[in-house]
Design a protein around this ligand. Structure first.
Ligand code: PLP
Length: 417
């Protein structure tokens, strides 16, 4: 059997496929595997209880079966779009209406639409790229385009902080945004590092994008106002040139597959047309379930008072355990400013992070080797082989056991060399 070039491109091994395979194996593998690899949000009992109660109410009122029994339009559930527009207007004063919002089957689905809308081959013969102004970036962006050679990434500046922490910054001095760039994209908070680009950095990126006449995607999957897994005090921004992507996943609903895009009307119309062809319409269960929390605005207090403190506490605990147990001098952790991961950097690691991943897998711990998170970075950089990403938010005993195994392995590897 032979596949088309589309088939060949989209069936080859990718980092995201390895990650989702591992995640599945980890989740189904029972007690034998400590799953610190995937991007599954934590199970937070108070949040699960709220969703359970709401599902019961929606079931009893008939709204649930109604949502299941009907297609929404290609732009997504109307009531949800209007309620969200009102929420953003009220919270941030953004001048938007429901015409500025589209839903997709997860934000992963939105990136595929958006990258291919703005990058790749154009009718005038030009070929445009997606620029990630700050590598490392989210593994799920890699491979999500029809054309090859579409990503470029910029190496960051590294700021060494106190207490064994560090932070990446955009290297504006060397950031090149040529005429071949069709789109810029940044996650804030960033998966895999937990970095939150500062307001100043974001404003600069926005200014550059506007000057170049290209959109700036801000991937807000972990950001405000929901799920609000962001530990820094920063200002959310949106304007006509920004495409803001949100998701219900990290609030605790990854199975609902609900991504949200806020953008200018022209972009939303394009997404809606794409959605009609590719999916008919986005799923309606996520929006139906989340709608009451948006309408009464409780999504904000839930995110602020339950979700954020849960993750912040877990992050601090994991940092403490890692720093107590990993004794090699070159060990650094990216300052945890948000998202559900810690990014560990082992300076002068004697083996590659891929080899470390294999060794840890043998010992029953799944993490993600760092080199996957540099899509588009053309130059060879040793740093990409010295980092790993771990999900700190899974069951406490799993994280504790996992950290003990990682620490023993790392201490042994440096001692062996
Ligand atoms: N963006 C970032 C930064 C992520 O980490 C993830 C998932 O891990 C996504 C987007 C995709 O989320 P979803 O497709 O579930 O909305």
């Amino acid at each position: 059997m032979s596949f088309s070039s589309f088939g060949n491109k989209f069936t080859r091994h990718s980092g995201i496929t390895q990650l989702m395979d591992d995640l599945n194996e980890g989740i189904r593998g029972g007690d034998d595997i400590l799953m610190l690899g995937g991007g599954n949000p934590a199970s937070i009992p108070e949040i699960e209880m709220l969703f359970k109660q709401k599902l019961t109410e929606l079931n009893e009122s008939g709204a649930l079966i109604d949502a299941l029994g009907n297609y929404d339009g290609p732009q997504g559930k109307d009531t949800f779009l209007s309620a969200l527009a009102a929420l953003f207007k009220d919270l941030y004063g953004w001048n938007i209406s429901s015409k500025n919002i589209a839903l997709t089957n997860g934000s992963q689905n939105a990136f595929f639409y958006l990258f291919n809308l703005f990058a790749g081959k154009y009718n005038d013969g030009s070929h445009k790229k997606v620029l990630f102004p700050l590598a490392p970036e989210y593994i799920g962006y890699a491979d999500a385009t029809l054309d090859d050679e579409v990503f470029v990434a910029a190496k960051p500046n590294i700021e060494e902080l106190e207490n064994g922490l560090f932070k990446y910054h955009v290297d504006f001095e060397h950031l090149e945004v040529g005429d071949d760039i069709g789109l810029m994209c940044i996650s804030r908070p960033t998966n895999p590092t937990g970095n939150v680009v500062t307001d100043e950095e974001l404003t600069k990126l926005d200014t550059i994008a506007k000057a170049k006449g290209i959109p700036l995607i801000i991937d807000n999957a972990y950001g405000t106002p929901f799920p609000n897994i962001i530990f820094e005090d920063v200002t959310p921004i949106w304007n006509d040139n920004i495409i803001l992507c949100l998701s219900l996943s990290k609030l605790g609903l990854p199975g609902a597959r609900c991504g949200i895009v806020v953008a200018k009307e022209e972009t939303i119309t394009a997404l809606s047309n794409l959605s009609g062809i590719i999916a008919l319409s986005p799923g309606s269960i996520g929006p139906e379930l989340a709608l009451p929390f948006i309408q009464d605005k409780s999504i904000i207090s839930i995110s602020e008072n339950i979700v954020k403190p849960f993750y912040q506490q877990r992050a601090m605990n994991a940092v403490k355990l890692l720093q107590e147990q990993i004794t090699v001098p070159g060990f650094r952790i990216h300052k945890p400013e948000g998202a559900i991961f810690l990014w560990l950097w082992f300076k002068d690691l004697p083996i590659t992070c891929e080899a470390l991943y294999q060794r840890l897998k043998q010992k029953g711990v799944l993490i993600v080797p760092g080199h996957y998170f540099f899509p588009g970075l053309e130059q060879e950089w040793q740093h990409t082989h010295e980092c790993i990403r771990m999900n700190y938010s899974q069951k406490t005993e799993d994280v504790e056991k996992g950290i003990a195994i990682i620490a023993a392995e790392i201490n042994a590897i440096y001692a062996e060399h």
